[in-house]
Design a protein around this ligand. Structure first.
Ligand SMILES: [Zn+2]
Ligand SMILES: [Zn+2]
Length: 390
């Protein structure tokens, strides 16, 4: 094994033999079971850093824990994609230093395709063959993906988020401002990051009315981004815990989508425009998609930010829903390169930080991840953080 790991302790550089070091990774070996596993310490090739992970936020892993159905890049021993931490290993000519506090964005985008070169979102990089799953491409052969990170480095661990030591390509790592805590910075991925890009792409601005439907932690992130931009926020939802949380965040109104007059209530709030300017649909359920589309004004924008089941289909009327009402409908699930700087600035705003404190309702040591996932499944929560060092 190599012996180039350097750690700082009391400002003294110590070289450790990595053969004696290991990594701890979270596994979901069976439905409703989570366990830690010991793996070899990550091997970092040129252009990569090793990050000691402080916070690994829970995203879709609650659903994986329940159903044992994985996304293309996940598997029972490869979980998590969000995170912040401290750099503990660099390669020669790195633009980072040991001790840098960073956020890690997910994946290893190619840096060459039109998506990458125009500052768009790395998870939409052409290096990820969304159109070619049926061709049988193995996840480890997708170099832009998380398993690909381990393969290109010849590493037996570290490509994923729920680990003590994470392997990350330098272009997916960003240094944190000194005054930004790990706790607040950890919202830069799927909580406030993806929703920052969605708000930016939808052009949300002061005076707009924004509808958020199907609220989990992504919906809460959409609420915070819209409020930060000076918009009014109307939330469509039924879970009383989450609706109370949205009211505390500052939502103008919470509407029960089962009520007979839910659309009249939206029209009453939007006056002459007869509908909201932008709707963020955060569940992927047709029930909420239909209502978000109906709640838009003419020329409004619907942004899809959630899904539950890739097999779900939704069929709007091309004439009545889209063309007659001139609706723009798009979706996405990542932070654009060009938005990273603005996102970190937003996270330094004290009011945004207060709202992050409200959204992050639970924190668990990674050794108690099963409890974290059970909490996620109750839906009586906002965002949940795992602490891999504990
Ligand atoms: Zn996520
Ligand atoms: Zn690319």
């Amino acid at each position: 094994m190599n012996d180039h790991v350097a750690v700082t302790k009391n400002n003294i550089i110590i070289t450790e033999n990595t053969a004696t070091k290991t990594n701890t990774v979270l596994t979901i070996p069976a439905p409703r079971s989570a366990a830690l596993a010991t793996k070899p310490y990550p091997v970092a090739g040129p252009g990569f850093v090793v990050v000691e992970v402080e916070v690994a936020p829970v995203c879709n892993e609650g659903r994986i824990y329940r159903d044992h159905q994985f996304e293309w890049h996940d598997s029972p021993e490869h979980l998590g994609h969000e995170g912040v931490g401290t750099i503990v290993e660099t390669r020669p000519r790195s633009r980072f230093e040991i001790g840098d506090r960073v956020v890690v964005f997910q994946g290893n985008s190619c840096g060459k395709c039109f998506v990458c070169t125009q500052g768009l979102s790395p998870t939409h990089c052409l290096g990820i063959p969304y159109e070619g799953y049926e061709d049988g491409m193995a996840p480890q052969d997708v170099t832009a993906g998380l398993l690909g990170i381990e393969k290109v480095n010849g590493s037996d661990s570290g490509g994923f988020g729920m680990v003590r030591y994470r392997l990350a390509p330098e272009h997916m790592v960003m240094r944190l401002p000194d005054n930004l805590s790990f706790h607040h910075a950890a919202s830069a991925n799927c909580t406030l990051g993806c929703t920052y890009t969605a708000a930016e792409e939808s052009g949300v601005k002061a005076g707009d009315v924004v509808l958020v439907g199907g609220v989990g932690f992504i919906g809460m992130g959409a609420v915070v981004n819209a409020l930060h931009r000076g918009a009014q926020v109307v939330v469509l939802g039924r879970n009383s815990y989450r609706m109370d949380l949205c009211r505390r965040l500052g939502a103008t109104a919470v509407i029960d989508p089962d009520s007979d007059d839910w659309l009249d209530q939206i029209h009453a709030l939007t006056g002459d425009r007869r509908g909201v300017d932008v709707a963020f649909e955060c569940s992927g359920a047709p029930y909420y998609l239909e209502r978000c589309m109906a709640g838009l004004r003419r020329y409004g924008t619907l942004f899809s930010m959630g899904f539950n089941d890739a097999a779900v289909r939704f069929s709007p009327s091309i004439l009545n829903d889209l063309m007659d009402r001139h609706i723009n409908w798009t979706g996405g699930h990542d932070v654009r390169f060009r938005d990273r700087d603005g996102l970190l600035r937003m996270l330094c705003d004290p009011q945004v930080q207060n709202r992050i404190d409200m959204i992050v309702t639970h924190t668990y040591p990674m050794s108690r991840a099963a409890e974290a996932f059970e909490t996620a499944l109750t839906k009586n929560c906002g965002k949940i953080y795992l602490l891999p060092q504990h």
